[in-house]
Design a binder for this molecule. Sequence first.
Ligand code: FAD
Length: 353
Amino acid sequence: MVDSKIYDAVIIGGGQSSLACAYHLRRTTLDFIILDEQKKCGGAWLKTWDSLRLFSPAEHSSLPGWPMPKHKDGFPPKDHVINYLCEYEKRYDFPVKRPVTVNSIARNKEVFKIDSSSGKISAKTIISATGTWKTPWIPQIKGRDKFKGIQVHSAHYKNPEIFKDKKVLVVGEGNSGAQILAEVSKVAKTTWATLEEPQYLPDGVDGRVLFDVATAKYKAKKEGRSFTPKNYNLKSIVMVPAVKEARKRGVLQSYGNIKGLTEDAVIFHNEAVKNFDAIIWCTGFKAATGYLKNIAKIDKNGKIKTEGTRAVNSPGLWLVGYGGWTGFASATLIGVGRSARATVKEIVQYTES
Ligand code: FAD
């Protein structure tokens, strides 16, 4: 691709955060494009496991402008989300280029020079919306490279098929860990390793309540008030139907934390040693921001110092959708609209100044 013009804004990434920004950019006169390395629309939802469902009903999972259509089962499956994101893109006719990977970005005075798999592209401003799915994180456990069984991160887990009749360790006390444990325990002999005792939300508390609690917390912080949401630790496990069903079967029991691996076994903190055929690491992600290393200082978790979504030490760069550090609830469909609106407002001011 030979593209000699200088865009007002280039969005890197084509998932939900990118689309929310594009929606607001469409309402300005700014000239922008989206570069996304996937072959298809849908962002990280294309990569998640087959049975993943939203935590909230469709009407509480919408991007700005056009609500997600309702789903008959209440909590929509991932294909419903992917269809919504694809239709959203079409509806607003966003200028998306796929598949295009951005390798790095350099700064030449006021203009960013983007080095991509489709050639060089220039921009006055950059919105980084690359999510976290590309950079799964696994803790450094002694002997991890020695273990000869299957090791898979939740980023690459699709369904329980390959674990049938095996002894499987699921590591991680978050929602991914609980949901994958619930599914794999139906076909395999599972053990759950967690750093801390898993915390559960009360039954019936789903993404809607969490969003309301997060909003109340955000408002309290803004107004300088303290806020302690009783029973609603935002990091607790949501009792989706599959996890409730696993609770009934008695599989939601943590065996504690692990401290080492051998060729075929895991050593737990209580010194117990258990043999396993496979380990599923549900241990989280880092922000996929490595490609920004020439224009911003990135910490070990992929984070860049921001005020709201604006990179503090890199004029012209914004980061949207990565989680709390780039805006409250910004890693959710319903929450990212707010970050996107504020970002585009700042970009308009920046390009006019
Ligand atoms: P992504 O969807 O990851 O999109 C980023 C895009 O950027 C991808 O297409 C990627 O390929 C592309 N990209 C990355 N690097 C480059 C590059 N260098 N060049 C070009 N393109 C690049 N959210 C909800 O709202 N509701 C839920 O119920 C919900 N449930 C969840 C359950 C689980 C178990 C998990 C793990 C997540 C859940 N989420 C939920 C969160 C949601 O999946 C993510 O937060 C969301 O996909 C992030 O969107 P994004 O657009 O920021 O990033």
